[in-house]
Design a protein. Structure first.
Length: 559
C-alpha cells in the first residue's frame, strides 16, 4: 500500500457466511445509522467479487437494480441502502468490483508502472484493494466495508486477504470484523443449530481472520445457552453474539441492534468515546410505517422486471417513504407490463395510483403505453420514471396528437415519428458499458407548474441513467395537445419533467427521483404521488360508502 492509512480513522469489516442474501447490506447500513446517531462521520463501501467492472450491463433479473450515484457510478443496490440509512451521498469509490481491481492493475502493467515486476495477487491485487479502503479515510471517523458473497467463495479470497493485511497495517485496535451468519431452526429436531455458524467461522479463521462480533440471522429468538455455545466455539464474547431476526420493516433493524447494545460493543472494540445515540426520530419514523394513522393506499407498479422485486428496490423504498410522509400504509402490487399488453388494462381498476419505472428494450413497452392511456383517461394518479416518461410521450403522441406510428427509435428504428430519439453524442457508440447519461444533472422548473409547487424550488439536481431523450422537434405539437414541459435542462435543450395540469396527478421524469429519497425525508415527487393516491382512495371510499380499514401494514415494508 503506497501510503499510510489515517491513524484517526476506524474501520469496520462486514463479511457473511453459510448462505448468501442474509442481509449484510442492511446490517452494515444499520450499524452506520447507529454510529451516525452517536455523532460520528461514517461512510460505507461494498466490495463485489464478480469480474464485471460494474453492474451496469448486468441483467436486473440476476443482480437487481443498478443504483446510480451523483458522480455517475453504476453500483450495487446495497449502496442505496447505505445512502438511505446514513443519509449521505456516496460515490464510485464506495463500490469496488474484482473487474475494476484487475482493470486498474492491467492498465498499470501495460503502462510499465510495475517496472517489469511479475504482477501477482499478493502484493499487487491486495494492495489495490487496500488502496480503495484507504481512499475513503479522509474526512471520516469510521469506514464500513461490506464484502459481497460468502466466506469460502474463491472470488472473495483476495478481498479477505487484503482485509487481513489491512488490519495488521492499521493495528487491530482500529478495526472490527463483524461476521454475519445463519443459525437455522430445524423443525424435525426441534432446535436451533449452531454448526453452520461454527463451520463458517472456522473457514474465516483459516484465512487468518478472527471475527470480533457475530450477527446471527435466525427465525427464532436466540436463548442465552445458544449464544453462549456460539461464543464458546467461535472464540467470541457472549456480549458480541447478536441476534438478527426478520422485522416488519428494514428500518427497524437499527433499533433492535441498539437494544442489544451492538453499537456499544463496536465503540468498545474501537476504543472510541461518543455519546449514546438519539434514535427518537428514527423510532417515530418506524412507528409510522408499522402503525400508520391514515389508512392504506394501493399502488400498482407496471414494469418489465417485476418478477424480481429487487430490480426496483429504490422504487419500493421511495414509495414507503412517500407513505411515511403522508402517515399512510402503501400496499404495492408488482404488475408485468407484458401481462397488461396481452390481457388489457382492466387489472388496473383497483389501484389508487400507478407508477411506471425505468427499463431498457422493447419487451412489454406496449403494455406500458396502454397503461398510460388508461391512467390519463380515467384520471388515476400516475408517476412515470425514465421509460415511464418515454411511454407517456409515445401515448400522447399517438392518441392525442394523431401521430400514427409514433415511437422511440430504440424500439422502432423506422418509426415515422421518433418522438423519443437517441442522444446525438451516442449515435456512433457501440460499447454499452458506461455510455449513458449518468449521474446528477441540474434542471430548471418552470414557474407556475405543479412540479415547481411540489419541489418548492426553481433549480433541482437529480440522477439520470438513460440514453434516449424527448425529440425536440415534437415539443411544440405535444405542448399544443396539453403536455406541460415543466422541467428542462438549464439551457432548455433537454426535457427533464412533463405533466398534465388538468389531471389529478400526471407527472413523469427523465431522471430517477427514487435514488434520492430517504426514510426521514421522502422525495417530494413520491410524497406528492402518495398524497394524490390517498385523495383518490378517500374519494372512492366516499363514493362506495365503505369503511376504511386501517389495520394493514404496508406490504412493501415487510422484508
Amino acid at each position: 500500500m503506497p501510503d499510510t492509512p489515517s491513524a484517526d480513522t476506524k474501520y469496520i469489516f462486514v463479511t457473511g457466511g453459510v448462505v448468501s442474501s442474509l442481509g449484510k447490506g442492511i446490517a452494515a447500513a444499520s450499524i452506520g445509522r447507529l454510529l451516525v446517531e452517536r455523532g460520528l462521520t461514517v461512510t460505507i463501501q461494498k466490495f463485489d467479487p464478480y469480474i464485471n467492472v460494474d453492474p451496469g450491463t448486468m441483467s436486473p433479473f440476476q443482480h437487481g437494480e443498478v443504483y446510480v450515484t451523483d458522480d455517475g457510478a453504476e453500483t450495487d443496490l446495497d449502496l442505496g441502502h447505505y445512502e438511505r440509512f446514513i443519509n449521505e451521498s456516496l460515490s464510485q469509490a464506495n463500490n469496488v468490483t474484482t473487474g475494476r481491481i484487475y482493470q486498474n492493475i492491467i492498465t498499470k502493467e501495460r503502462k510499465g508502472d510495475f517496472l517489469g515486476a511479475t504482477v501477482q495477487v499478493i502484493p499487487h491485487v491486495t494492495d489495490e484493494i487496500k488502496s480503495y479502503i484507504q481512499m475513503l479515510s479522509p474526512g471520516h471517523d469510521v469506514v464500513i466495508t461490506e464484502v459481497g458473497g460468502t466466506v469460502g467463495d474463491i472470488e472473495s479470497l483476495p478481498f479477505l486477504e487484503a482485509i487481513r493485511q489491512f488490519r495488521q497495517d492499521v493495528g487491530w485496535k482500529n478495526t472490527v470484523l463483524i461476521h454475519l451468519t445463519l443459525v437455522p431452526y430445524i423443525a424435525a429436531a426441534g432446535e436451533l443449530k449452531t454448526k453452520p455458524t461454527q463451520h463458517s467461522v472456522r473457514e474465516l479463521m483459516e484465512i487468518g481472520l478472527q471475527p470480533d462480533i457475530l450477527v446471527c440471522r435466525t427465525e427464532w429468538s436466540l436463548p442465552e445457552e445458544v449464544r453462549r455455545k456460539v461464543g464458546r466455539f467461535c472464540n467470541v464474547d457472549i456480549r458480541d453474539v447478536i441476534e438478527s431476526r426478520d422485522m416488519d420493516t428494514i428500518y427497524e433493524v437499527p433499533l433492535r441492534f441498539r437494544e442489544q447494545r451492538l453499537d456499544d460493543r463496536i465503540i468498545d472494540h474501537l476504543a472510541l468515546s461518543t455519546p449514546d445515540p438519539d434514535l427518537s426520530a428514527w423510532e417515530t419514523m418506524v412507528e409510522r410505517i408499522k402503525h400508520p394513522g391514515s389508512g392504506e393506499v394501493r399502488v400498482g407498479v407496471v414494469g418489465k422486471y417485476t418478477s424480481l422485486v429487487d430490480s426496483y428496490k429504490s422504487i419500493q423504498e421511495a414509495l414507503i417513504h412517500g407513505g411515511i410522509a403522508n402517515d399512510v400504509a402503501v400496499r404495492i402490487d408488482w404488475l408485468s407490463s407484458e401481462a397488461i399488453d396481452s390481457q388489457g388494462t382492466s387489472t388496473l381498476e383497483p389501484y389508487d395510483a400507478v407508477l411506471i419505472p425505468g427499463g431498457f428494450g422493447q419487451r412489454g413497452v406496449e403494455g406500458m403505453v396502454d397503461t398510460v392511456r388508461y391512467l390519463r383517461e380515467q384520471g388515476v394518479p400516475f408517476l412515470g420514471i425514465c421509460l415511464g416518461l418515454q411511454c407517456a410521450i409515445i401515448e400522447l403522441s399517438r392518441n392525442v396528437c394523431g401521430l400514427e406510428g409514433a415511437d422511440s427509435s430504440e424500439f422502432e428504428p423506422d418509426t415515422p415519428h421518433p418522438v423519443i430519439s437517441l442522444l446525438d453524442s451516442q449515435l456512433k457508440v457501440t460499447m454499452k458499458g458506461g455510455t449513458m447519461r449518468l449521474g446528477a444533472y441540474p434542471a430548471h422548473l418552470v414557474e407556475g407548474s405543479r412540479v415547481r409547487e411540489i419541489y418548492g424550488e426553481e433549480e433541482i439536481s437529480e440522477r439520470h441513467r438513460h440514453r434516449y431523450e424527448v425529440n425536440n422537434e415534437y415539443r411544440e405539437v405535444l405542448a399544443d395537445a396539453g403536455m406541460g414541459f415543466c422541467g428542462v435542462s438549464p439551457g432548455g435543450g433537454l426535457v427533464e419533467i412533463i405533466e398534465l395540469r388538468d389531471h389529478p396527478f400526471f407527472v413523469a421524469t427523465q431522471f430517477h427521483p427514487e435514488l434520492k429519497s430517504r426514510p426521514t425525508r421522502a422525495h417530494p415527487l413520491f410524497a406528492a404521488f402518495i398524497s394524490a393516491a390517498l385523495d383518490r382512495s378517500r374519494a372512492r371510499l366516499a363514493d362506495t360508502g365503505e369503511v376504511e380499514d386501517r389495520s394493514g401494514l404496508a406490504t412493501a415494508g415487510r422484508e
